[in-house]
Design a protein around this ligand. Structure first.
Ligand SMILES: [Zn+2]
Length: 510
């Protein structure tokens, strides 16, 4: 998600986590992935129709969800939060259509249906009608108020990670429940709407509204769904067959030229690095005038606070150019690390965030070695070493039991230590063997999920070195090894020798 500015990184880590004993993690297996939702019913495709009432800060919704029942069960459970269900039914070959009674557990953020007769394995269709809120804060769908001259304007946007998709769509809102999404939205006809995929069709309907049908997404986690609408304009260009756009509120075209050029360069660079071309037809970089900090890497429709994306060559200082480049590079890297291959559960969030941070520095060094991004990253590394020497630190891979812990996992250990560790691992394995391993990892896990064990296996195979043995100690334990040396005089000559070591976490920071 959002690439946090360094100041926030420093303060976000003062959290208490229980230290994990080092353990061997298993490769990704859907059934063994942590989470609250039962694994015997899975979504295949959501067709969702949303009708936002922007003036009223509410929305109406309906969904038709194709689900697969994998094992006989009399219960269907998914997630909702701050949504009320108005009607529910289930249809299938052997059951016809039956009405369902929703049971919402607000604390657990779940929606359950208990059936009188168990469902046999097979394909069913769950139909829901519901209504919810357009939020003031950036959770689920939210509105952003801004001014153009003296005129007051309002637009809407969404941001879901980690667990707010359930505020817009009743959904299996855990990252290993990948499914396709197909959105339809009714909005005032003068507003432009953007989602993960290109528009398939638009039609004027009653009440001055326009209905917009978006294309179907690849199978993806729910936290990557996006919808943005407002009085917007878009500049675009084709790169490697992909329609790249920068979307802004009106009158900001001049500031969109730089991020558009950067996005084209990054897409070409990442297509080449990963050996797997960006898989969607379009990639929009959407700048919104407030409402959220940083950025969110929704597949095909990345949303940024406009300060993190736009660059006005006439007014912005060069430091803005560097910052926006680095954030853009982080979010576009997520289209592979995170979107194409997703961590199985939030305990492995570093597979998204550590990697996107590392890749951003690598891409910045490729295009702008004169900015010395690796030298800059040392500042962050020192900051993280300092935090990691405290008793309140936690391992890069950290247990996550609930929604709050998932949100708390977005801290400097996940981003900064994850990045520094990957840089060290790349240096140890060699740039080419490391890339070969990453390419194999992407190719074999695309449109699926992983644990760190899957990464170690790919790197081990590509490099011929014992990666798991070395790497898992770094990701499953807090702190870092400290090697102390001292100079002594032997036979009249100065000699360096090692002093006994202690784990930096166990000993307070010097
Ligand atoms: Zn990120």
């Amino acid at each position: 998600m959002r690439h946090l500015p360094r100041k926030q990184l420093a303060s976000a880590a003062a959290l208490t986590f229980a230290a994990l004993a080092a353990h061997a993690e298993a490769p990704y297996q859907f059934g063994a992935t942590p989470g609250k939702l039962p694994k015997d019913v899975v979504p295949v495709q959501y067709a969702a129709h949303l009708v936002p009432n922007i003036a009223d800060s509410t929305f109406l919704g309906s969904e038709s969800i194709e689900i697969d029942v994998l094992a006989t069960t009399a219960k269907i459970m998914l997630n909702v939060d701050n949504i009320e269900i108005d009607a529910a039914s289930l249809a299938g070959k052997n059951i016809g259509e039956i009405k369902l009674t929703p049971r919402i557990d607000q604390q657990q953020q779940t929606l359950s249906f208990h059936l009188e007769q168990p469902l046999a394995p097979g394909r069913y269709k769950l139909a829901l009608k519901f209504h919810g809120l357009i939020n003031r804060e950036a959770r689920g769908m939210f509105h952003v108020n801004y001014k153009v001259g003296n005129a007051d304007k309002t637009m809407i946007a969404t941001t879901m990670e980690p667990t707010d998709a359930r505020r817009l769509l009743p959904s299996w809102d855990e990252p290993s429940f990948r499914a396709a999404f197909k959105l339809t939205v009714d909005l005032p006809a003068h507003l432009k709407a953007y989602s993960n995929t290109p528009i398939e069709k638009q039609e004027k309907i009653d009440g001055g509204l326009q209905r917009t049908w978006f294309g179907v997404t690849p199978k993806m986690p729910s936290y990557l769904v996006v919808l943005v609408a407002g009085e917007l304009e878009r500049v675009s260009a084709k790169q490697d067959g992909v329609d790249i756009g920068v979307v802004t509120t009106e009158g900001k075209r001049d500031s969109a030229a730089y991020p558009l050029a950067v996005s084209r360069d990054l897409l070409r660079y990442y297509n080449n690095y990963f050996g797997l071309p960006y898989p969607l037809a379009k990639l929009d970089q959407i700048a919104i005038p407030g409402g959220m900090n940083g950025a969110m890497e929704n597949w095909g429709g990345i949303v940024y606070n406009e300060a993190a994306l736009l660059y006005d060559p006439k007014k912005s200082p060069d430091s803005v150019r560097q910052t926006t480049f680095s954030i853009n590079a982080h979010e576009v890297a997520h289209q592979w690390f995170g979107n194409l291959v997703t961590m199985a559960w939030w305990d492995n969030l570093w597979l998204n965030e550590g990697f996107a941070s590392w890749m951003s520095t690598k891409a910045t060094d490729h295009f702008h070695p004169e900015w010395r991004p690796y030298l800059d990253s040392l500042v962050e590394r020192e900051n993280v070493l300092n935090l990691d020497a405290r008793k309140t630190t936690h391992p890069i891979q950290t247990p996550v039991l609930n929604e709050l812990q998932a949100a708390n996992a977005f801290d400097s250990i996940t981003y900064g230590k994850g990045q520094a560790f990957l840089r060290m691992l790349e240096a140890y394995l060699g740039e080419e063997p490391f890339r070969k391993g990453i390419r194999a990892y992407m190719a074999s896990h695309q449109y699926s999920n992983t644990t760190s064990a899957d990464l170690w296996a790919a790197l081990e195979k590509a490099s011929g070195k014992p990666v798991e043995q070395l790497a898992s100690d770094w990701t499953t334990q807090p702190g870092f090894p400290v090697v102390k040396v001292e100079q002594v005089c032997e036979d009249g000559k100065p000699q360096c020798r090692r002093r006994p070591t202690r784990n930096a976490t166990a000993s307070a920071a010097p």
